[in-house]
Structures are given as C-alpha cells and as structure tokens.
Design a protein around this ligand. Structure first.
Ligand code: GAF
Length: 386
C-alpha cells in the first residue's frame, strides 16, 4: 500500500464525479549499473524504487478518453478515433501514448471503450528516476486489465517503450519500463536487453548496512533532445563500422581492433558500451559471490567511463560523485541517461549524514544550486492495488 492511494481515489472522484473501476501503481527506477547499454542489445541492472505513480481508471461506455493528474491543471480530452502520436503533446503523451501503443500489441483501437484516468505520483520529476516509465507502466497495467488484453510484463514494457519512442519522441531503450514492471523488493533486475530474459537478484544492501543515496543535482535533462540521440547514433555507427549487429556483439578483446578502424570519438563511445556491459556482468557476479560491499569499484569505473568516454556527465554530477566518495561512499556514479539528473552513492549507513553534508557543502562552495538527497530502497514492480 502506498499513501497515494486515498488521494488518487479522491482526485479521480473530484474530477470525474464517480468512483474508479480500480487503482494500479508502478514505481520509478534507479539504475545501479549499465548505462546506455539497453539500446545496444546489452545488459542492465536497475531496481524499482519505493517511489510510485498511482493511476485510478474507469472505462466509459463511449469512445472518449479523459486524462487528469495531480501535476497539471488541465485535463485532456480526446476521442480514441483521434489517438495518434502526432496529436499527443506534453505530459499526457505518456498515458495516451501507452493507449495508442497497445494498438500494436493486440488492442483493437477501433473497438475498445474510452476511459477516464487520474494520475498521481511521488517519483521526483527530472531526477533521472524514470517518472515517465512509472506513468507508462501503471497505465499499461490498468488498460491491460480493463481492455482484457492479457499481455505479460515484458510485453507491457515494450508498450511503454513504444509510447516513449513514438508519442513522446525520445529514442530510449527498454530498461526503465522493464525495471518498473519486473522489480521486486530488495532485489535488482538483471536484464538481457536482446533476449529480454531477466533475473531478479537480491541486493543485500540492508544486511550489509549499506544505503543507496540519491543526489539529485536539479540540472535538467531531456531524452527527447540532442545528446541522447547523438550517443545512440554513434553507437549504431560504431557497430556498423565493426560489421556487428549491435555493440553487444563487440567484446573487450575486440577493442584493440576497434581502435584501429574507428575515429577517436566513435571509439570512445564504443569503449564505454563494451566495458559497461562487462561491468554489469561483473557486478552481478560479485554481488552473488561476495555481496554488495564488493561492487564499489565497478560503480566508480562506470562513472569515469561515462564522464570521459561517453561524455554524458556534467560538472555537478562529477562533483557529487567525487565528494561522496571522499566522504565515505564505497562507490558512486551518475545514473540514467545523463546530461543532468542524479548521481547515486552506495554508502555505509552510518556515513550517510557525512556524505550528505559534504555534498551539500561542496555544491555551496562551487555556487551550484543545492542538491536534493534522499535514500531509495528496492521495491516491488507494477501492480493492481484495488
Ligand atoms: C534513459 C533511457 F530511457 C533508458 O532506455 C536508458 O538508455 C538510459 O537512459 C541510459 O542507460 O533512462
């Protein structure tokens, strides 16, 4: 149960003047390791967090769709007959994009009933914790139920990704929606983004007295603009030049040859993906063999690779990472798509106040806006709440 359930129900009732058919929820996610590897058919290891989006939804007897939320004044109305990506704008492109995307996964959009939905969330927006995937996954779960589609969770993740790619216009991979739909309490989701095979792996943070601190820099980022798409294009160009279907098919041992034939920048982009895939595999292995205290150096190496090879960090993220490490975190890295958002610091529980104080002081010294810091814990994935 989450605290948002009563307020979401009330929000629905006050907008639409009747009770919803049900409530569904889905969490945001944090990526522990494996950045930009998802659209390269590689490996990722995120977990669903204890911040959720809740949707209250009911079917209508006609073809009208009405979407309202706690974070926007206006409610959006349109007919299912007008439900095309080019008609969807702003925040409503996430829920309505999912309704449209379900048309590619078995929903007959010429025949299904319209619906009313109210959305509330405590996933911070813009922190790189996938507030968007939380909306997509919660709405996908809800429509899957009320439209009687019987899609499994990996398919619902692909629905959310299609909505993000086509309705929102961000050329993102499958990681965020998969974490939101497949997450489990106290565990990470180890996902092969080619086969979509996933394994839930216990994290053991609590038993090791470790906490994952989120340091939200408030440097805003968007995956629908330049940098993300440019990195994706470099990766695809690198794979093509190497004659491989995807960078998943390039190994660490292939890097010497890659350096010979690629231009310097493309080579660094490729090296990030190839080494990051290996770091995901190493993280999962170390977690199993030695527990979470062993994974710190891999988090650090991931950050350096994103800073120097993939060039998706910003000075605020670098400062957060360096300062957290100096204050006692056992590993730290930026998380998510980059160009802003949040860093994570895996920190012994008793050192969390020291890490937070050091980061706050360092940001003040550099004249950066004060960051927001909080802990996240691995939580269950999307579900029907009532
Ligand atoms: C964003 C995208 F949505 C993901 O698909 C992934 O590529 C991530 O950036 C980077 O690892 O969250």
């Amino acid at each position: 149960m989450t605290d948002l359930l009563p307020t979401t129900r009330t929000g629905f009732e006050s907008r639409f003047n009747h009770a919803p058919d049900g409530l569904w929820s889905a969490p945001g996610r944090v990526n522990l390791i494996g950045e930009h590897t998802d659209y390269n058919d590689g490996f990722v290891f995120p977990f669903a967090i204890d911040r959720r989006t809740v949707v209250a939804l009911s079917l209508r007897s006609d073809r009208l769709v009405r979407v309202a939320s706690s974070f926007a004044e206006e409610a959006i109305e349109l007919s299912l007959d007008e439900l095309f990506p080019e008609n969807l704008h702003g925040w409503s492109a996430y829920p309505l994009g999912v309704a449209w995307a379900l048309g590619g996964f078995g929903a007959d959009l010429t025949a299904v009933s319209g619906f009313e939905v109210f959305i509330d969330s405590d996933v911070p927006i813009g922190a790189g914790l996938s507030s968007s995937a939380a909306i997509e996954s919660a709405v996908a779960m809800a429509l899957n139920d009320v439209w009687g589609l019987d899609l499994d969770r990996p398919a619902l993740a692909r629905v959310g990704q299609l909505a993000e790619n086509r309705a929102v216009g961000a050329p993102t991979g499958i990681m965020d929606q998969s974490a939101s739909l497949l997450g489990q309490a106290d565990a990470g989701v180890f996902l092969d983004c080619r086969s979509l095979h996933s394994e839930v792996i216990p994290l053991g943070f609590d038993a090791a007295d470790l906490e994952l601190v989120i340091i939200d820099t408030h440097v805003s980022h968007s995956h629908a603009t330049g940098g993300y798409a440019a990195r994706r294009a470099s990766c695809e160009a690198g794979a093509a030049a190497l004659g491989r279907p995807a960078l998943r098919d390039v190994s660490v041992a292939d890097l010497a040859h890659a350096e010979e034939i690629l231009d310097e920048k493309t080579f660094r982009r490729v090296r990030h993906i190839v080494t990051e895939n290996q770091r995901v595999l190493d993280t999962v292995r170390l977690l199993r063999e030695l527990g979470p205290t062993a994974i710190g150096p891999l988090l650090d190496a991931s950050h350096l690779s994103m800073r120097d090879d993939f060039e998706i960090s910003v000075p605020e993220l670098d400062l957060a990472v360096v300062t957290a490490r100096e204050a006692g975190a056992i590993g730290a890295r930026m998380t998510g798509g980059g160009f802003g958002g949040a860093a994570i610091a895996l920190t012994p529980r008793e050192l969390v106040p020291a890490v937070e104080a050091a980061v706050e002081a360092a940001f003040a010294r550099h004249g950066y806006a004060a960051p927001t810091m909080f802990l996240v814990h691995a939580a269950r994935g999307a579900l029907r709440e009532s």
